[in-house]
Design a protein. Structure first.
Length: 92
């Protein structure tokens, strides 16, 4: 590419060599996970969002019943309380 007559500044030559070679960083190799661990993580990720939604619903219902409804905390765990609430909402 360059003739012998052409004088190249060493700095420019070094930059040309850097551009010619692709820089690759070697990542440290991790120990591969077992297949059952990957399956377990996928199941947990799939169940995490619905579980958090159900927990948020229960906490919200309890909060509303106790603090907004001015009722006793112990009444939350009785089935008749939630049956009455269901009947009020859906008009059965």
């Amino acid at each position: 590419m360059l003739d012998q007559d052409t004088r190249v500044v060493p700095q420019v030559k070094a930059e040309a060599e850097k551009q010619a070679k692709p820089q690759t960083k070697e990542k440290p190799k991790r120990k591969p996970r077992r297949r059952w661990v990957n399956i377990l993580f996928r199941i947990l990720r799939a169940l995490l969002v619905p579980a958090l939604c159900v927990a948020a619903l229960l906490v919200g219902l309890c909060f509303g019943y106790v603090y907004l409804g001015h009722r006793e905390v112990g009444d939350i765990w009785q089935w008749a309380t939630w049956q009455h609430l269901f009947d009020l909402v859906f008009g059965s």
